[in-house]
Write a new protein. Structure first.
Lengths: 289, 120
């Protein structure tokens, strides 16, 4: 059976606890060398906190050393993961994060050789320590990604919330100015929103304006067709406007046909057509009288 | 449960109030077509405003009512589809392309009257 690579064995843990105890007298020295080194690393200089750096780094390093000594590495990793997730959402760069951890690893690893004169012990501790460092890096990477994904998801939601207004431009005519990319999720939301508005306003005609849609490919075209068919189910006719010559070209080369859907170049033409479909007419004052 | 078929202004009106069992759907089709033949109604209105789900079987039967009625010279309009029901139907790929659809009974009647007026 396969075992997890990113997991410390009981033996590893034992070694690390013992290593943690041996490191204890050197705590101040470790803090000093990590501090010194970080100040010389170009990647991280920019994010180092101001003031007495050693004092600022101290709690974090003590936490790390304690986790080694007390065999609390699992809890430590969990806590670090949560913190890094938050930092990722704040915009900390991945490189800065990873380099900081690598500096820490380098500096602590230097003590192994000094503290373990016997070659055999040295190797076993080195092995356990390297594994812990790998796990720390992996945890960090995952937490960082989770944080970033959270940010992206939040942004997507915000964009959806901005959403698509459905405007009643005339009695019985709704217009939907579509702006931005249209994916399946958004298409569904737009359609749902539209259907409710059709029911509420008793609209007979719906104008989808795709002037603001940057890319119209087969998928987007299919979403549009589906939205028009949905509107039809509620008795409203769909018109698509804002089809530039380029988009028309793409649609033809993609072999997408808006068969029974009226299309127009501009919103203006679409509105004109919609008004005349309702049997109405817009004319200069005086002409109608 | 059988669906009553009413006569309104020369048209037939069937109002479905809850999701149809398969058997009830078939019976509705039979009754409607029989009534078209007997009364020479010029249009059929099927109101589904009270229905919260239309499955593929019901959709198929509704479509076949539309096609059969057309052979008898009568057009069929489905009215009152709820937005949520329409969304689900689209997800299932049910587009009811054999039927005219309108928002509500009033608009459905309006459409039927217009069609009768434009008959040759």
């Amino acid at each position: 059976m396969a075992d997890r690579y990113l997991e410390l064995t009981a033996n590893d843990r034992e070694r690390l606890v013992e290593f943690g105890h041996r490191l204890e007298p050197y705590t101040d020295q470790i803090i000093a060398t990590v501090t010194d080194r970080l100040q010389q690393v170009e990647e991280v200089v920019a994010i180092l906190p101001g003031g007495d750096l050693a004092a600022r780094l101290r709690p974090g390093l003590l936490e790390y050393l304690n986790a080694l000594k007390e065999n609390q590495t699992d809890q430590y990793l969990q806590a670090i993961g949560a913190r890094i997730r938050a930092r990722a959402e704040e915009g900390l760069l991945y490189e800065q994060l990873i380099v900081t951890l690598m500096v820490l690893e380098d500096q602590v690893a230097r003590f192994i050789r000094e503290l373990y004169p016997l070659k055999e012990d040295d190797l076993a501790v080195r092995e356990a320590f390297r594994k812990l460092s790998h796990i720390l890096l992996a945890t960090t990477a995952q937490a960082y990604l989770n944080g970033k994904e959270e940010t992206i998801r939040a942004q997507q939601e915000a964009m959806l919330a901005l959403s698509t207004p459905v405007v009643e431009v005339w009695e019985g005519i709704l217009a939907l100015p579509l702006i931005g990319t249209i994916d399946t999720g958004r298409a569904k939301q737009i359609t749902q929103n539209l259907l409710r508005r059709i029911r509420d306003t008793q609209a007979r005609i719906v104008i989808l304006d795709i002037t603001g849609v940057p890319l119209v490919d087969t998928r987007v075209a299919n979403h549009l067709i589906k939205t028009v068919r949905a509107a039809r189910l509620l008795g409203a006719r769909g018109i698509i406007v804002g089809i530039s010559p380029e988009v028309a070209d793409t649609l033809i080369s993609l072999d997408v046909a808006f068969q029974d859907i009226s299309t127009y170049f501009s919103l203006r033409q679409g509105l004109e057509a919609a008004i005349s479909m309702l049997g109405l007419k817009v004319a200069p004052e005086g002409v109608l009288r | 449960m059988s669906i009553p078929v009413l006569r309104v202004d020369g048209f037939l009106l069937a109002s479905i109030q809850e999701a149809l069992e398969d058997q009830a759907a078939i019976e509705l089709k039979k009754n409607l077509l029989e009534e078209v033949r007997r009364s020479r109604a010029q249009g059929i209105l099927i109101d589904v405003s009270g229905v919260d789900l239309i499955d593929s079987f019901t959709a198929r039967v509704l479509g076949s009512i539309g096609r059969s009625a057309r052979l008898l010279g009568t057009s069929t309009v489905l009215v009152g589809l709820q937005p949520e029901v329409a969304m689900t139907m689209l997800d299932l790929g049910l587009e009811l392309s054999d039927l005219a659809t309108e928002l509500n009974t009033e608009r459905g009647l309006e459409l039927l009257r217009k069609q009768v007026r434009t008959l040759p």
